[in-house]
Design a protein around this ligand. Structure first.
Ligand code: MGD
Ligand code: MGD
Ligand code: MO
Length: 780
């Protein structure tokens, strides 16, 4: 296969989502894993009782066994992890770090699984093997040499199990810090903040069963065909039984249009497919708050009309009276927002907004789902609160078939937060830890992702530990993040696969190879299960199925315990004793985390158990004890103040998004099937009218520059212009290649999430046309 980019081929895709294309792609990823038969057996265990939790997305399943519960992209995630290719000592002896840095992200991860602990040797610029105990001792030496514990950063990515996350936060707090930059800071942070204020719990309120009962499902800023393919089935069923599925997305994503079920033989053979939506609206980037406000304003108009005519109410007054506060100021805000602003900011006209509002009003039970198209803007918190306001007006919360559904990303990102991976921990959590473990827990807030990068850049933080993920590539302003990591005294990456974070090493650096979801995790008491929490707050066990590639790989809980013991000795407990049997970690979780009483016993029920969500039972953990209407004005302009202050107008607003062949910074291939792109990732989707307006030709090479007011030049080079069905004024390109354009200080108000879905950009004719890094061929 070719790991090198080619001249991009582009032809609009007209097939349905999933279907034959998905089967072909799964078959390919199977064969490429080098152990197709073993992986097939393992895959059939995906998301089944006694099997493992899919390392793909956080979508939940029905608890019953039986049906095949993996999708194309889940299969890719499994085959990617469960490969026999290995990155071992001989690999690192062959390539220097500088040579590896020349390679693409795709090439790096493709080389296989990390199989032994390695330490960076600056003199030779190679990684060299190191023993586990020596590695732990080195980390302890660095951590214990710091002037204060807040000079270290402890990153978590959302595949980490509950058991590993719980031990990690306990270790870091016993060490003395709350510095927990976390992938959720770049992901659903705004959902947590907004919902926490509005309804008292920062999680979604619906479960899998609610989708079968909803009259309408609104999907905002999400591309489930690629990122949550198992969601297509409930959507298809919803449309089939006559429910409304309403999409708000500037891109007509294929996976929101038609679905061909790869597990329905007849449908596949007849090449039939089913529709996935009943209405589609294409707002401006960041225009959803205005769109939701428009719908709410129409509901208010109809409510007043109904009152004057003595007709039944549009609002759910009983719910509003019993359960909410703040209605009056919210209605005043609706009156104060002009239709002109709503139309201009949403880029939708009154006719479209009325169509959406009628669907909304005619449905008794509405679920609203959203993902990164909503959470990665400057005013994301206010947008999610506007979604919530709308749902409160009609009591669409805490009843079957209705509610709020932030669709999470990483398979355990929600669980990691529940376990206390939180730089601003709730006081109740700290109290519980203090009582249970008898040590003084740090009370000051720690660093989120952006603050961690700033602290490393300024030399205030000197040690970086990453429990999974790819900090160097996932974060904004890549060149500065690379510099931040390289300035550290020590960087430690606990990882399954090689990525750029290993190549932006601190002066001292370690790679610690860990087991993944698919691997059998054997400890003194036998094979261990770990647990995860999905988007619907279901907690269930995951049992690895495949023999690990090397005895030198260790589990995440074991690695965390090893670091903790070397750094803190027996304070506050015997770390290593916990590793013999993870049930003993779960007993500690049961003692300290609300909702986990009898954890080990409840785990035995098929499908696991549901963590109670008070908002789903109309209990509100807010200061007032009620759900709050939150009245914020629309943003003054969708162009950030910082950009406006430069006086330069951007050519376009860019959103950075995922292709069909990637998992975040993990690139599985160079195609984006549903958007019709093959063989390349350095492309930018632009409306043909804009391409001409800006004086370019489709297919031409451009450099992209972003606008910000701090004088730093942010630029990426050699992108091919693709004429695409995208609203005028907008552009889209893949992340992580475009992360150098996202300014570190452009973050969401209240969420600090990088605004990676609205970057003001200018385009220039390319100086040259480098077909991206990559001169080495595949190793071995
Ligand atoms: N296969 C696969 N699965 C994944 C991932 C992956 O990379 N690959 N990543 C996982 C993770 S961590 C996450 S967080 C999720 C991400 O899941 P998504 O949020 O679906 O991911 P993105 O590719 O960022 O897609 C954003 C979508 O929002 C739309 N959008 C962008 N801006 C706006 C806007 O302002 N308004 C509206 N209405 N729409 C907008 C875009 O057109 C696009 O369809 O997926 C998870 N699952
Ligand atoms: N511009 C832009 N930037 C973004 C986004 C965007 O839409 N646009 N999305 C943001 C979002 S939503 C997220 S969640 C972040 C993702 O940020 P991260 O979670 O940091 O990134 P990933 O790419 O998921 O991490 C991939 C690496 O994780 C390691 N890994 C995989 N499985 C395991 C495991 O089981 N255990 C351990 N220890 N390591 C493992 C592998 O070494 C792999 O190379 O990126 C964010 N960055
Ligand atoms: Mo995410």
């Amino acid at each position: 296969m070719s790991l090198q980019p080619e001249k991009p081929r582009y032809r609009p895709y007209t097939g349905a989502a999933a279907g034959w294309g998905a089967l072909r792609s799964v078959a390919y990823s199977w064969l490429d894993s080098k152990q197709p038969l073993k992986n097939l057996r393992a895959l059939l265990k995906t998301n089944q009782n006694g099997g493992f939790d899919c390392p793909g997305c956080a979508w939940g399943d029905s608890p019953e066994d039986g049906a095949v519960k993996f999708c194309e992209n889940g299969a890719k995630a499994v085959n990617w992890e469960a490969t026999t290719r290995r990155v071992d000592a001989s690999f690192f002896a062959l390539y220097s770090v500088s040579q590896l840095r020349e390679q693409s992200d795709y090439w790096l991860e493709y080389q296989g699984r990390l199989t032994e602990p390695m330490r960076y040797d600056a003199a030779s610029d190679h990684y060299r093997p190191i023993g586990w105990d020596e590695a732990y001792a080195l980390i302890a030496k660095h951590l214990n040499a710091l002037d204060n514990p807040d000079q270290a950063e402890f990153y978590t990515s959302g595949r980490t199990s509950n058991e590993a996350a719980f031990l990690y936060q306990l270790f870091v707090r016993a060490y003395g810090s709350n510095n927990f930059p976390d992938c959720s800071n770049m992901c659903h942070e705004a959902s947590g903040v907004a919902l926490g204020e509005s309804i008292g719990v920062g999680k979604g309120s619906v479960t899998f069963e609610d989708f079968a009962q909803a009259d309408a499902i609104f999907i905002l800023g999400q591309n489930p065909g690629t990122n949550h393919p198992r969601m297509l089935e409930p959507l298809r069923e919803a449309v089939a039984r006559g429910a409304q599925v309403v999409c708000f997305n500037p891109l007509k994503e294929r996976g929101l249009e038609r679905f061909q079920h790869p597990q329905h033989a007849l449908e596949m053979l007849a090449n039939g497919s089913a529709p996935l939506n009943t209405a589609f609206f294409r707002p401006a980037l960041g225009g959803d708050m205005a769109a939701m406000r428009g719908i709410a304003k129409l509901l208010l108009f109809w409510e007043r009309e109904a009152q004057s005519k003595g007709e039944p109410s549009v609002f759910d007054h009983a719910f509003i009276e019993q359960h909410t506060i703040g209605l009056d100021s919210y209605l005043a805000m609706l009156d104060a927002t002009s239709w002109e602003d709503i139309e201009q900011q949403s880029d939708l006209d009154l006719v479209q907004l009325e169509q959406a509002a009628r669907i909304y009003r005619n449905a008794e039970r509405v679920i609203v789902c959203w993902a990164m198209g909503i959470t990665q803007h400057r005013h994301s918190v206010a947008t999610i609160q506007e979604i919530t306001n709308l749902q409160l007006l009609r009591g669409n919360l805490g009843k079957p078939g209705a509610g709020l559904c932030p669709v999470r990303g990483h398979s355990n990102v929600q669980g990691d937060r529940t376990m206390g991976i939180n730089e601003r921990p709730p006081v109740a959590l700290l109290d519980a830890l203090e009582n249970r473990f008898a040590f003084q827990v740090p009370r000051q807030s720690g660093h989120n992702v952006v603050e961690a990068i700033e602290a490393m850049l300024e030399g205030r933080s000197k040690v970086f530990i990453g429990l999974g993920g790819n900090f160097a590539q996932a974060t904004p302003d890549s060149p500065r993040v690379h510099q931040a990591l390289q300035q550290c005294a020590l960087t430690v990456q606990i990882s399954t696969k090689l990525n750029r974070s290993h190549l932006t090493a601190g002066r001292d650096a370690l790679i610690l190879p860990c087991l993944g979801r698919t691997d059998i995790d054997r400890q003194a008491s036998g094979p261990q299960a770990v647990t995860v929490e999905d988007s619907f707050s279901m907690i269930h066990a995951s049992h690895g199925q495949l023999e690990p590639l090397s005895p030198l790989m260790r589990s995440e809980p074991a690695i965390v315990a090893g670091i903790a013991k070397a750094t803190l000795g027996m304070h506050p407990l015997d770390w290593e004793a916990l590793i013999a049997d993870y049930a003993s970690i779960r007993r500690l979780i049961a003692d300290t985390i609300p909702g986990f009483a009898d954890f080990n016993q409840r785990l035995l029920s098929p499908g696991g158990f549901h963590l109670n969500n008070p908002a789903a039972s109309r209990l509100w953990n807010t200061a007032s004890g009620r759900a709050s209407f939150m009245a914020s004005p629309l943003p003054e302009s969708l162009l950030d103040e910082a950009v406006r202050s430069t006086g330069e107008l951007p050519d376009l607003t860019l959103q950075t998004l995922r292709s069909h062949d990637q998992y975040n910074t993990t690139i599985y291939g160079l195609d984006d099937r549903y958007r019709g792109v093959r063989g390349q990732r350095r492309v930018i989707f632009v409306n043909p009218v804009d391409i001409r307006r800006l004086g370019f030709e489709p297919g031409q090479q451009v450099d992209i520059q972003s606008l910000w007011n701090d004088g730093i030049e942010r630029k990426v080079e050699g992108f091919t212009l693709l004429a695409f069905d995208i609203p005028p004024g907008q552009a889209a390109a893949y992340y992580p290649e475009t992360n150098p354009l996202v300014p570190l200080t452009s973050v969401g108000i209240g969420s600090h999430t990088p605004t990676s879905k609205s970057v003001a950009i200018r385009l220039y004719a390319a100086q040259e046309n480098p077909l991206v890094a990559g001169t080495l061929t595949t190793a071995k």
